[in-house]
Design a protein around this ligand. Structure first.
Ligand SMILES: Cc1cc2nc3c(=O)[nH]c(=O)nc-3n(C[C@H](O)[C@H](O)[C@H](O)COP(=O)(O)O)c2cc1C
Length: 397
């Protein structure tokens, strides 16, 4: 494991964290930022980890022996603890102006951050916006906690999670991270857009947040994941392959190209219909003719096609049903007509806040019946679904 120690009062706590990890047989290699070295010495870190500590991006020996790229990839997990407000901002901006941030930018491995800062720094909109961005990229977080600050008389959110809590998350990660190893997953996400002419299209309100979170959760469990995404504003999650498409037909072709897979999760909101004709030129407004008639034709059904893919059918095919009424009845029916194994049904009626929101309320519909999940974040739904998939595939620990 690679531990990045940045400059905060809580840096001393990482010694306790390393000790616990070593006791568990988890080898820890450290990168210490320049500011971090003002709070904890390289000597203490190397004495406790039994490993050389890295700090300088331009150290020739480091570059010739290992280099920042290899350092960031010869690991299963990168943990940033403490994660200062400064390093979070640099990660969010994609800066690589020291060894720590260069390694964080170059890594293809999951990243866990343990933020630690004064509560005003934590509450600042800039910090919150950075965290939002990092979360969208699939970066995991532990803490911070609420409590007394290092500054006397101040209290609030911003205390780094205790070493025991960070340790637990790391151990849980290593437990989880092998559960879907060796399995290939395909996830679709976002809307499709269907062109009317070169400037206009039919679309829907899907943000892609649920599908992207599922792809990230499956990857975090070790699955070899392909994400096929319609146009969204989300960054590509790390550690997986993302194929960008626009139309339903392109999405189907990308899904078929990804086969064979063991598991397919169709979370994209695929347009049911598309304009029968796509005009080569922008359709002109002609007041004498009124509005043009829009004739629609059916799009291919990706969920049904994958469910009937013969020898290439994934062992587990999961669809989403976005309903605005009779959610359960319609979803039961959808599971049967599409031939998929599970349906995650959600209510997308006006006021449900599902499209674009943080939370979701779903019902899992299987051959055995239906199960209502509480309203939880899309991330939590993704993790819960990934757990269920691991149980069903017989890979649960
Ligand atoms: C005494 C002292 C304590 C600090 N504690 C924190 C802290 O807990 N969290 C934080 O985000 N920044 C803290 N800072 C500021 C960071 O050290 C500073 O932003 C630095 O540039 C971080 O660099 P790094 O992210 O490369 O480690 C502290 C600074 C000083 C002087």
């Amino acid at each position: 494991m690679l531990l990045v120690v940045s400059g905060g009062i809580a840096a001393y706590k990482c010694l306790e964290l390393i000790r616990r990890l070593n006791e568990q047989g988890i080898k820890v290699r450290c990168i210490l930022t320049t500011a971090g070295a003002r709070f904890v010495t390289p000597l203490s870190l190397s004495a406790i980890s039994g490993e050389r500590v890295f700090g300088d991006l331009f150290s020739l020996t480091d570059e010739s022996e290992i280099g920042h790229i290899r350092l960031s990839r010869d690991t299963d997990l990168v943990v940033v603890a403490p994660a200062s407000a400064d390093i979070l901002a640099r990660m969010a901006a994609g800066l690589a102006n020291d060894l720590a941030t260069a390694a964080l930018l170059a890594t293809d491995k999951p990243v866990l951050i343990a933020p630690a800062m004064n509560s005003r720094m934590w509450d600042h909109p800039a910090t919150q916006a950075n965290l939002c961005l990092l979360k969208g990229r699939g970066i995991m977080r532990v803490g911070p906690n609420q409590g007394e600050m290092a500054e006397r008389g101040e209290a609030g959110w911003g205390r780094m999670a205790e070493p025991a809590e960070i340790f637990q998350d790391i151990v849980a990660f290593f437990g989880r991270s092998n559960r879907l190893k060796g399995l290939r997953c395909l996830v679709t996400s976002g809307p499709t857009i269907e062109p009317i002419d070169p400037v206009r299209f039919l679309a829907n309100r899907s943000s892609g947040r649920q599908g992207h979170a599922i792809a990230a959760a499956l990857t975090a469990m070790g699955a070899d994941t392909t994400l096929v995404s319609g146009p969204t504003h989300l960054p590509d999650p790390t550690g997986l392959t993302t194929t960008h498409v626009e139309t339903a037909r392109e999405m189907l072709a990308a899904c078929q190209a990804a086969l064979p897979v063991d598991i397919a999760v169709c979370a994209a909101a695929v347009a049911d219909w598309r304009p029968a004709e796509e005009a080569d030129q922008k359709i002109k407004k002609q007041s004498s003719h009124g509005a043009p008639a829009l004739r629609l034709v059916e799009n291919p059904d990706i969920l049904a096609t994958l469910s009937a893919a013969g020898p290439k059918r994934p062992r587990l095919v999961i669809g989403f049903a976005a309903e605005t009424q009779a959610v359960e009845e319609n979803s039961f029916l959808k599971r049967q007509t599409k031939g998929c194994d599970w349906i995650l049904a959600n209510d997308v009626s006006a006021g449900s806040g599902t499209f674009g929101g943080d939370d979701n309320t779903v019902q899992l519909i299987t051959a055995e019946g239906s199960e209502r999940w509480p309203t939880i974040s899309k991330q939590a739904i993704a993790e819960r679904l990934a757990e269920r998939i691991a149980e069903t595939m017989g890979t649960a620990s």
